[in-house]
Ligand binder design. Structure first.
Ligand SMILES: CC(C)C[C@H](NC(=O)[C@@H](N)CC(C)C)C(=O)O
Length: 621
């Protein structure tokens, strides 16, 4: 197959062979990222011995940083190194970061007294922070480049294949993350060490590090097959200067005597290339459309926080298996793996058969609506939970009625709060008397125990002590969270998979990675909104907070649908080709009148709003 720039690539079933290396690379990279992330908080808490607050804030700062760094990687790729080299260099940085994390988790390195705990905690803290910084730089930096680089491999005539690629790309993300979030916690639970055996964080970080090396090797192996678009110089610098000039020129010509121009960017025409101006217009149009999007991620990312907390107040007993609250999150990638193929091969073609033009922006709007619906479901489940029980833990509510005529001291064994069925052992002490008894608790239940007056030295506490259930264990089953997971994931498929492809297809050739980074920036902003809204709103009931978020997203969804209605799909390649052709025509010394006419037509083309999008023509929402 001959690609856009005359590049000849090998094909398998109509797809460039190079794509195989890119999707495998993505699978391994996401395995590496999500695998490391799965055990990170526990590493902070139990290895570095940080308190919950510090562990949580450093964790969220790290995640936010991972979505802020894409802009750096995109600028480097589009302006300087090109996507291929940027991916290689930043993957090396990334792999070093992962190795640093694995090394930082080897307690033996500083365990000079061999008691199983590190003696120089500063070494472990510094090394892990350096590691996390490098990982954030690497994962964020390559993220917009890998997606855009994959898109680059397709010719202009392969729009359908390119769309399928973005779906498969998303499947790989979720396949990799699902596998790693299952595997790394198992690795962490192993015991390892030279002098003493401890929980094996080094292995839990080491395997993701190895997978990142595999990702890099796979990517390099495909090297000879890739189409590598050349960077066009300091494009971001030019963009900023051009926008700055347009604004200042517009300001200088603010008086009524100057005729107005169709678009404020047209004020840069006095100095800048018309092609660059057209490209900036394309990017600004899409970025403007992105303004409401962070709200989707605000809701989406609460799966890991609010929804997991909700699950802790539910019954996870599924008969043969007991599901832990944090394990419920794996429902998302599992559903992605099933819903993406269903959407692509059944739902979308069916909608098309019905004669409906389900354009990318319509899909994204429906995706937002589904996410709002997911939060309505979460609110209903929350009300159900609130009605079924009034107390979150049985700890404070477990009481003893002492029937003896002397005081009894009661202490209890460690209780694992995330287990659904908890076995607690109580130790009774009163003078010479000392005995113990154990009971199983359903999570969330509360008991009153009666210590009989007949209890004496040698009594069997296990048999003598009776209990009454004051508060029943969690009765609302975790399966009730499935509808909310279903809706949020269906929303994600419509919103995120489509948005990924939309960001690629609407970006000018020299700013593909930059627009991918803009897309990822909406994820970062969404995460900040969670903190702000939850802090400002401070609602007394959890279900009201869910309703608030659902309403906010619904409002945003309406605003977005209006904005989308006025959006005109473009084919950047076509527009760029027209402008380039025009530059060639200049050399033929065309008369001025003719040229002006052509430019007018091109401008109109850019803003026109008819025809359908997927034929490479322009269309509205
Ligand atoms: C832009 C990202 C938030 C998209 C993507 N995340 C997912 O696909 C999630 N369904 C993964 C799940 C394990 C949270 C990513 O690139 O990580």
């Amino acid at each position: 197959m001959v690609n856009k720039s005359g590049f000849n690539s090998k094909e398998v079933c109509g797809y460039p062979l190079s794509i195989f290396f890119i999707v495998v690379n993505e699978f391994c990279e996401r395995f590496s990222y999500y695998g490391m992330r799965a055990v990170l908080v526990l590493y902070f808490k139990y290895f570095l011995r940080w308190d919950d607050d510090l562990a949580t804030s450093i964790y969220h700062t790290f995640v936010a940083l991972c979505y802020l760094t894409p802009i750096l990687g995109a600028i480097v790729a589009d302006s300087w190194l090109g996507k291929f080299k940027t991916i290689i260099y930043l993957s090396i940085v990334y792999a070093i970061g992962q190795v640093a994390m694995a090394v930082s988790a080897i307690h033996d390195i500083t365990d000079t007294d061999r008691d199983g705990t590190p003696n120089n905690m500063t070494f472990h803290v510094v090394l892990s922070m350096v590691g996390l910084f490098l990982i954030a730089l690497g994962t964020g930096g390559i993220k917009p480049c890998v997606a855009a680089f994959g898109g680059d491999q397709f010719g202009d005539h392969q729009e359908r294949q390119r769309r399928t690629f973005f779906s498969v790309f998303y499947l790989c993300i979720n396949g990799g993350s699902l596998l790693s979030t299952i595997i790394t916690p198992i690795l962490r639970a192993q015991n390892c060490g030279i002098y003493s055996k401890q929980k094996c964080y080094s292995l839990a970080f080491g395997v993701p590090a190895a997978l990142m090396v595999v990702a890099l090797v796979v990517f390099i192996v495909g090297s000879g097959m890739y189409y590598k678009a050349k960077p066009e110089g300091n494009i971001m610098g030019d963009v900023c200067k051009c926008i700055g000039f347009a604004i200042s020129n517009r300001y200088k010509h603010r008086s009524k005597q100057y005729p107005s121009r169709e678009h404020w960017m047209d004020w840069a025409e006095d100095k800048y290339d018309k092609l660059l101006i057209a490209q900036i217009k394309m990017v600004l149009k899409v970025l403007f459309l992105y303004i409401p999007l962070p709200m989707f991620w605000t809701l989406f990312d609460q799966k890991g926080s609010r929804w997991t907390l909700q699950a802790t107040t539910m019954d996870g007993n599924f008969g043969a298996i007991v599901i832990q609250p944090d394990q419920m999150q794996t429902v998302n990638p599992i559903l992605i793996l099933t819903l993406v193929p269903i959407m692509d091969s059944v739902i979308y073609p069916l909608i098309k058969k019905c004669g409906l033009n389900f354009t990318p922006l319509k899909r994204m709007t429906v995706g937002m609506f589904l996410a709002a619906l997911a939060f309505v479901c979460a609110a209903v489940v929350q009300i159900e939970i609130d009605v079924s029980r009034k107390h979150l833990t049985y700890f404070n509510l477990t009481q003893f009625v002492n029937g003896m005529n002397k005081p009894v001291n009661v202490s209890t064994s460690e209780i694992f709060p995330f287990l659904i069925i908890i076995r607690a052992t109580f130790f009774l002490q009163s003078g010479q008397l000392s005995c113990a008894f154990s009971r199983d608790f359903g999570f969330g239940s509360s008991y009153t125990f009666f210590i009989p007056s007949t209890l004496s030295l040698g009594s069997n506490c296990q048999e003598s002590i009776t209990g009454a259930e004051d508060i029943k264990p969690n009765s609302v089953h975790m399966a009730l969270q499935v509808p909310q997971y279903f809706f949020i994931t269906a929303g994600e498929v419509m919103f995120s998979v489509t948005g990924l492809e939309f960001s690629y297809s609407q970006a000018p050739s020299n700013m593909k990675a930059v627009l991918q980074a803009g897309w990822l920036l909406t994820v970062a902003i969404g995460n900040f909104i969670v903190l702000i809204v939850a802090e400002v709103a401070k609602l007394p009931k959890q279900w009201t907070e869910y309703v608030l978020f659902a309403s906010l997203l619904l409002c945003v969804c309406i605003i977005f649908s209006i904005m989308a209605y006025f959006y005109t799909y473009i084919d950047p390649t076509e527009i760029e080709a027209k402008f380039r052709r025009n530059v060639g025509d200049d050399d033929d010394d065309k008369n001025d009148k003719q040229r002006k006419l052509e430019m007018e037509m091109m401008k109109r083309d850019l803003d026109r709003s008819d025809d359908e999008h997927y034929k490479g023509k322009q269309t509205k929402m």
